[in-house]
Design a protein around this ligand. Sequence first.
Ligand code: BES
Ligand code: MN
Ligand code: MN
Length: 456
Amino acid sequence: MQTIKNYVAQNKQRFLDELFELLRFPSVSADPAYKTEVLKTADFVAQKLTDAGADKVEVCPTAGYPIVYGEKIIDPAKPTVLVYGHYDVQPADPLELWHTPPFEPTLRDEKIYARGACDDKGQFYMHVKAFELMMQTDTLPCNIKFMIEGEEEVGSNNLGLFVEANKQKLKSDVVLISDTSMLSMENPSLETGLRGLSYLEVEVVGPNRDLHSGVYGGAVANPATILCQLIASLHDEHNHITIPGFYDDVLPLSEADRAALNKAPFDLEDYKKDLGVNDVWGEKGYTTLERTGTRPTLEVNGIWGGYTGEGAKTVLPSKASAKISMRLVPNQQSDKITQLFTEHFQKIAPSYVKVKVSAHHGGEPVVTPTDSVAYRAAQKAISESFGKEPIPTRGGGSIPIVALFEKELGIKTVLMGFGLDSDNLHSPNEKYDLANYYKGIETIPLFHKYFAELSK
Ligand code: BES
Ligand code: MN
Ligand code: MN
């Protein structure tokens, strides 16, 4: 631990400067306007892997953005860790709410503010620096492979094909990912599950053109009103989702599992205060931790239609739309849920409008094992660097590729995230605490050490 700490202390400023360089690339995968920048980011990541000591570094083309691959095989007989991360980021909008520009990383109160600071540039780059540390101090105890993709935030559509086509290359004993949250620096934790996702877009179409809302209003259905009614009907008075069959495949949690989950330190008052809400909301009969970690949900991510510009315009819009996502839990299946939603939404549409439903991306939920060598290695690593046993938690977010690694490669994942839920992921003023960045770089070599030791 002393060697690790010394190396980090000696290279602190450079580790930060390099992360800042990475954060300056606006690698927004959702917006084609950033294409050149996303491609440059991939090259930068490849260069940094080479500099850190990786062999066979490749920028592998896909039908979308490339996947950066690199490896260091010290001995084929030793265990292999596959590190996954993503160099793409979410769009920075709404720009006006950022205190400093999203792609000009800024240090304030010991926190790095930038889009991607936590999700996931700050987190995957810890692995690159931890790898450098192990190479420089001659302490890499196992083989390591890196797979850093550029389309996570848009559904990883091309990663599945890459994984399928490169099974031998990606062969390893465990997937290690830092792209999730922990409870706090005082209460380190390890996520042991991720929710799945079904993402759709709906459009309600009324009259064949926008109408004067005085001339026609009251006589023709307003698609915006109907869309709101349809969306409102998707939850009942207990905030259960009303789509028939939606809960059919949900595996109930045992009372013991529920009790264990609710033991995690969680202060509802702090939670409300942090979010500026007077009360929380959710499915009746479940706690906040259960609602985000273990229950499926349906959310409106965006809704539009009619006039939304400055001032007033009297108009009865011809169309209204919404982007809807459903978070899924074991053993729900994304395709099935997408189909159930589509059928239901078509069915509840009244005769005076037409509805169109189109599917975006999806992903399957996962639960990661807590009795594996790799999980125990993560536990030991965190215990040593934080001085406290990590608490197992269930995360509410999704990383669809985790289920795919299991299906295609037969490899389980360890989710060793160092972010905080309050890091403003996908939101203005995303941040990552310096302390978490450096702590991550210190903890990762310990994971490799214990993984190699416990695998013997
Ligand atoms: N890193 C997040 C997922 C995450 C965040 C998991 C915090 C657990 C805790 C990831 O980049 C992400 O945002 N995933 C998307 C899904 C994707 C298909 C767009 C999500 O969860 O919305
Ligand atoms: Mn992420
Ligand atoms: Mn994300």
